[in-house]
Unconditional design. Sequence first.
Length: 539
Amino acid sequence: MNNEILYLRPDIQVEPLVDQWYAWAHLIPPATAARNLTHRHLRIMDSYINAPHVHAAAVKNPKMLGGPFIDYDGGRVAEIRALRDQTKQRRADLIALSEALEQLDELLRTRAQGYSLHPLYEQVPPILRGYVELTYDLRHNASFRLIEPLLYRSPLYDASAQSLALSVTSGDDRPFILSTPRLPSEGTLHLPWTFADGRIDELFRLKQCGQTWPRIVSTLGIADADQERFRSFLTTDRPAPYARYTGNGVRWRYFGHACILVETAHVRLLFDPVLSYTYETDISRYTYADLPDVIDYVLITHNHQDHILFETLLQLRHKIRHIVVPRNGAAQLQDPSVKGMLEQLGFDNVIELSELETIDCEDCRITGIPFFGEHSDLAIGTKLAHLVTLGRVRLLFAADSCNIEPRLYEHVHRDVGDVDALFVGMECDGAPLSWLYGPLLLRSIERGMDQSRRLSGSNYDQAMGMVEAFNVKDAYVYAMGQEPWLNYVMSLKYTAESRPIVDSNRLLQECRARGLTAERLFGEREILIDSVYEAVAHG
Ligand SMILES: [Fe+2]
Ligand SMILES: [Fe+2]
């Protein structure tokens, strides 16, 4: 039996955790992690401990979807209390950092009046000294930037808080990541591995390249007590090999939301990877099992959790040749470097791309295209759309860019020319600022202001403006968060009356009336394009 070749089962869910909370992009950089710990996690846990029944009722109320409520039926108060107390004790330095960021803001508010900032350095809270540069903008408003690489090298970055939770999954239902910590449960195996641990690559290689049990145990260092459970996550069923695209055009496959695999005979590109596991389901979909062995470029559009998901990226790390991310802006609290974060997590092949910069490879050119708005008017530069040119085929992946100012893409069009197919997100009723960025705010915001500053993608007029600006032949609406396997990161459910659906229906209708191909993508889709751009739908 020891010679049997074993593979990791395709239905094994692996959640990366930080302090037992689902790891997303603001839980990695120390400053954003500190703010989320104090102003999201501790607050939610306190609230649950005080009124668990309120949480139990709220998670059943569709109007409260995505709200700050723990999805444990009100029955796990003792465990949440223990997690809260342990977090407070173990993360005292992050709690101090979070408070120091507020003190620094207060210092700048009261003492930075347009005169030199030099005397203020001595008054920066001690935990932040040497990690911030104080600056004015041109209107003499004082702010600060963080020296993130140093923060990662300081005791404030504690990778030992990271772990993986492995379990068997059989459906799309998972608690919302921003509001429910992952408590130990029957059937879940916790591995105390940091995200940069090379064993993660060995673990996920087992999906395609089997090994014998003794070899697996020694490579992964599975503790004796965990071996029986871990063995149950393996199978002797050999997965089917991947059938590469070998034509002389382009094939793209929609994996759900903003995740699209684009292939030619020579190159494979994967956009905003967020994937479903493989299990019995009514909604047909591509999954982890439908990816090539090597992905030449993974391209990330922006730092929202439905576009950069560590759960997926860690599983693919061993097969990614390059990962292209938007160049960091000003290293302010709200805009951490994606490159710096991924490098911290063990990705050693990250390329930053800027607006109108290009990357050329064999038969492919990637051009960074400005991505507007969708970040509640915060100064966040780490966002980028991508134009991909493959021979004579030109595809523009605009993700959630909100075409607020139509002249932007008219200018861009003058530079880059026409596009064959546009992929545009139309989540035009986005959440208010505080839903995602609330913990980072150093001063409270009036409700009216919060409601007015949303995380909204393009509406009908804005998306149509892009269709027209680039003279596209095909318009695809995507990134709508409607696939049920994304509920745990998105918490979005539309009805026929929801504005994103009404507006995108109108876009499809108008495009079709003009003789264009137009679709709102959902679930799974495959399109083959011949070398002179003739798109043929499959599936
Ligand atoms: Fe977004
Ligand atoms: Fe999105």
